[in-house]
Unconditional design. Structure first.
Lengths: 740, 81, 160
């Protein structure tokens, strides 16, 4: 179902062709990184830290090196020291510890051997002497006065700082007069919210196959959301020129932000270099949980002031994000993501806090879910207290174009109101709440980003086209590229082959993240196709013997008065005669990525004997700008919603006292399964983004922002209890119910 | 003259001033002038900001042309997952 | 090194291979027979990406020792289509956009086939519970369930 304002008529955009790469994926032919093998390849295995924080006194690899089948061993000593200010410094240390291990599971050494078993046995035979150091795991511990340092190389960003600190960033955003507003408000609600670390949970573990040659170059096949970043980060960690590395993206089995960084590639390169053989590294599921970045845990204190007619007049929030052992900007982004309501008075104090836990990584709309959980819960509580319908309250206060975000910039055209109306007018919201159940509403958004993309379009001799980009396809973006090319060229989408090429075969392209691909890479594809259209017009003009100005492009044909029109196959057939092969390339640094707002609605029931929450019905409305391939837009909305449901109801990192992860498996880190859920209904709202040729807004990330508050709001109405701590798992819910 | 809007944390360089008129034909020229007037601010903006201009956020905006009435919002670099 | 000789039928073909002690059927299928359509998501039987049918019964191949396959008939995702002719499940998965990254898709196809082989007219609840052993992180399961349902409808039509 869609709700669209003044939709233009498209021929291909908005249709639902079978994705071009789909056949390989349903037949098992699609090659993910672990599916690739090179002749003579070795397998790599790691030795990881058993301590959450310790100095490495010595590493003795001699026993490992002597074991049969072992061909190379690497430690931190095999990688150059990067300056603390180098943007890749933290990644480099995370890839392999130097003189200190910073979290349980931190890589200490790696071995390449003929078999996985031999490599693992050799890694276990490496002798490391540690001097344990004090380790901190929580926000409170790390922020306490006089707390020991988590990471001696961390200096707080955005403030003057000469001393290392446990704070990654400190951010303040303010407008208006918050204290005056609170003093005069009719209603004030204040709550403290906590969330636990959660993992992106991609089903495919990190994997790479690396071959180094005598020419000093490396070829990397890997699972990644951004192979150009794999190239640049790996080069920096190794101390190499970027041109020595070629990266080919394999099909990727899920990322959600967790594969926008590197873990294993530099280690595989170094092992391969030293052994003179290809090296394959595949992380185990346990390693993925112990040593790759989850989303941060958080603590948010949110206070909202309102008038009795429901006007939200002030927000005062303190936010802290537990980002693991390396600095990052989570707190800053979380604070910036406060931008859904007008809030004339606002004060946000946000911190990212280091602890001796794995380096956190992005997870769809990084930092926004934590902020939205808090603010959407408090706003809902105000609606309850004032007895105002939660959608009406939001409609009254919703940000529109020109309203200021927390960082002070005016919103461009946005579709928040349209999403609220879509839910308000939906069959779900109009239907009565089922007996024994309760209903919750919440909203969210993500800014989305533009960044750099390149695209090349070749017209083949038979009039078909090949569209080449550098954006790894994590959700069906190749189909969207083909559709945008089809629309621009006037060519049947089944006559277009979309590809993702390696770092040597397509222009520089930034990572598939930030919901940027359909927007920015799509923009590059459109631009390349428009150039190709101009070139085809020129060729047609030559063939027809008319001026270029006389030729128009209509529905995939060159049309000139008094001439027979020429379709693409005819123009392609004349390519050599009219000037040569027909190819166009475009590269850009895209700006104008439009935010994508969403509103979710959930009916659920809570079993008060077990604390179990059953989601009965779920609807997600989200602004896609223009839905290029509606099935894959729906897929993003559904996937994000279910990840959010898992985050809300069950997922959490459970730490032992020594900082090790207790639940490092899919058995005990329980993500939603099919039997936990109903259908996830979607409403695609289309408020076109004026900055994109087809009005596209990225949709990939926003879906994870509303669910936690959506469910907390419903549970509050079901039980009378306002849950402010995630997950709202059965034991946690029961405990709160019993306190009533 | 272009009008610069600063986030709270950058106002520590300007004694609390949030909205400043600054001459310059490009965002980069504006930043250079800001550094001249408020030492340290230009550096902070170069390394830690994107620029919101005419409703669009631009990352690494040094050469972006701005007109006499342009509002420039310096915001933190955005990312995603 | 002790290697066991295993003979079995995989996707309709008689095959044999050598396997070292402790090797899982998953690793044998991938490394000895080149059937990389069978995926490892966890190695501990929790995600279902390695789902295969052994004598018609759904199994996590990561929990089966390779020698246990001796004399059995195994079906992997590579054996679901008949040459170029896709099984209705594969076709409905494509038309229904039931895959995004596709890593879980082989396991789901095998598990769904196991379901429909035994229960040609499953309810939504039955489909959800039959597939509860297969994790998907991309789709939220909605389109997978719909596609399985549609395939069941089509198979019943063909059977008439």
């Amino acid at each position: 179902m869609t709700a669209t304002e003044n939709p233009p008529t498209y021929k291909w955009i908005g249709t639902r062709p079978i994705r071009h790469d789909g056949y390989d994926k349903v037949t098992g032919k699609a090659r993910f990184a672990a599916d690739l093998d090179l002749p003579g390849q070795l397998r790599g295995a790691y030795l990881r830290s058993p301590h959450a924080h310790a100095r490495i006194v010595s590493i003795d690899t001699s026993a490992a090196e002597a074991m049969p089948g072992v061909k190379s061993v690497v430690t931190g000593a095999d990688f150059p020291e990067l300056a603390a200010k180098n943007p890749e410094h933290d990644v480099s240390v995370n890839v392999m510890a130097r003189d200190t291990v910073l979290y349980h599971g931190h890589a200490v050494a790696a071995v390449a051997a003929n078999t996985q078993e031999a490599a693992a046995a050799a890694a276990a035979a490496i002798v490391v002497e540690y001097e344990p150091l004090p380790a901190l795991f929580t926000i409170d511990e790390a922020m306490a006065e006089g707390a020991p340092l988590v990471n001696e190389t961390n200096f707080t960003k955005f403030v003057k700082s000469d001393e290392p600190s446990n704070l990654g960033t400190v951010t303040n955003l303010e407008r208006g007069d918050v204290d005056e507003a609170f003093a005069n408000a009719d209603v004030v609600i204040e709550r403290e919210f906590t969330t636990a670390s959660v993992h992106q949970g991609y089903i495919e573990p990190h994997a790479c196959v690396v071959d180094t040659g005598a020419d000093g170059k490396a070829s990397i096949w890997c699972s990644s959301q951004g192979h150009f970043r794999v190239r640049s980060s790996t080069a920096e960690v190794l101390g190499w020129d970027v041109s020595r590395i070629k990266v080919t993206p394999a099909e990727i089995g899920g990322g959600f932000g967790g594969k926008t960084t590197i873990y294993i590639e530099p280690v595989a390169v170094r092992l391969s270099e030293k052994a003179g053989r290809p090296v394959k590294i595949v992380m185990s599921r346990e390693e993925v949980f112990r040593a790759t970045g989850p989303a941060p845990a958080s603590k948010v204190r949110a206070r909202v002031a309102a008038n009795k007619d429901g006007e939200l007049i002030a927000l005062d929030a303190w936010m802290a994000y537990n980002i693991g052992a390396f600095g990052g900007i989570a707190g800053l982004i979380g604070a910036m993501s406060v931008a859904s309501y007008k809030f004339p008075n606002l004060r946000l104090e946000a911190y990212s806090v280091l602890t001796n836990r794995p380096k956190s990584a992005a997870y769809r709309s990084p930092s926004a879910p934590h902020a939205a959980f808090a603010i959407e819960s408090v706003v809902d509580e105000i609606a309850q207290q004032l007895d105002i319908d939660p959608i009406e309250l939001r409609l009254k206060n919703a940000a529109v174009e020109g309203d200021l975000t927390a960082m002070g910039m005016p919103h461009p055209r946005i579709g928040f109101i349209e999403c609220l109306e879509a839910i308000r007018d939906s069959e779900h919201y109009r239907s009565p709440v089922p007996e024994g159940a309760a209903r919750g509403i919440a909203s969210g958004f993500w800014f989305n980003i533009g960044e750099q993309s390149s695209a090349t379009v070749h017209l083949n001799e038979d009039g078909t086209a090949t569209v080449i980009t550098g954006s790894p396809d994590i959700g069906g973006s190749r189909a969207s590229m083909a559709l945008m090319a089809a629309e621009t060229l006037g060519l049947d989408v089944t006559r277009i082959t979309p590809l993702v090429a390696d770092t040597e075969s397509v222009g520089f392209t930034d990572t598939t993240e930030g919901s940027r691909t359909t927007f920015a890479t799509g923009m590059a594809v459109v631009q390349a196709c428009r150039e190709l259209v101009d070139e085809m017009r020129a060729r047609a003009a030559t063939s027809m013997g008319v001026d270029l100005d006389a030729v128009e492009w209509v529905d995939g044909e060159a049309v000139a008065e008094g001439q027979d029109s020429m379709g693409i196959p005819a123009i392609a057939a004349q390519a050599k005669r009219t000037g040569g092969p027909l190819t166009a390339t475009a590269s850009l640094n895209a700006s104008g990525a439009g935010p994508s707002f969403a509103v979710h609605c959930c009916d659920l029931e809570v079993d008060e004997e077990t604390g179990h929450t059953k989601v009965l019905r779920y609807t997600a409305a989200q602004d896609a700008g223009t839905a290029i391939h509606p099935s894959y837009v729906e897929g993003q909305l559904q996937g994000g919603s279910v990840q959010g449901i898992g985050w809300a109801l069950n997922e959490e990192y459970i730490l032992n006292d020594d900082g090790s992860l207790d639940n490092a498996s899919f058995l005990d880190y329980r993500i939603p399964v099919a039997s936990d859920l109903p259908m996830i209904d979607t409403i695609i709202v289309e408020v076109p983004n004026p900055s994109h040729p087809y009005g596209v807004r990225g949709v990939g990330e926003t879906g994870i922002v509303p669910p936690m508050a959506t469910l907390a709001n419903a549970i509050s109405r079901a039980t009378g209890v306002r849950l402010t701590s995630l997950p709202m798992s059965p034991p946690n819910v029961l405990r709160r119910l019993n306190e009533r | 003259m272009p009008i610069v809007h600063l986030m709270t944390d950058h106002r520590r360089f300007t004694d609390g001033e949030a909205v400043i008129e600054v001459d310059g034909a490009t965002v980069g020229a504006v930043i250079t002038e800001l550094e001249r007037r408020y030492p340290g601010l230009g550096e902070a903006l170069i390394h830690g900001s994107s620029a919101g201009v005419n409703g669009e956020v631009h990352s690494e905006p040094e050469y972006l042309a701005v007109g006499p009435d342009t509002d420039i919002y310096f915001v933190a670099p955005l990312a995603g997952g | 090194m002790n290697r066991t000789h295993v003979s079995c039928t995989v996707n309709g073909d008689e095959v044999d291979f050598l396997t070292a002690d402790g090797t899982s059927l998953l690793d044998a299928l991938r490394d000895e027979l080149g059937l990389t359509g069978v995926k490892e998501g966890c190695g501990t039987g929790d995600c279902g990406a390695c789902s295969v049918l052994i004598d018609g019964k759904l199994n996590c191949s990561c929990l089966v020792f390779a020698p246990e396959a001796e004399g059995t008939e195994i079906l992997t995702v590579e054996g679901i289509a008949e040459g170029d002719h896709l099984h209705p499940l594969q076709q409905t998965f494509l038309e229904g956009a039931a895959l995004q990254c596709g890593i879980c898709t082989p396991g789901f196809l095998v598990a769904a086939k196991a379901l429909l082989d035994h229960n040609p007219d499953p309810s939504e609840t039955e489909i959800r519970y039959a597939l509860a052993g297969n994790l998907c992180r991309c789709t939220g399961y909605d389109k997978i369930i719909r596609s399985v349902h549609e395939a069941a409808v089509q198979l019943r039509e063909v059977a008439k």
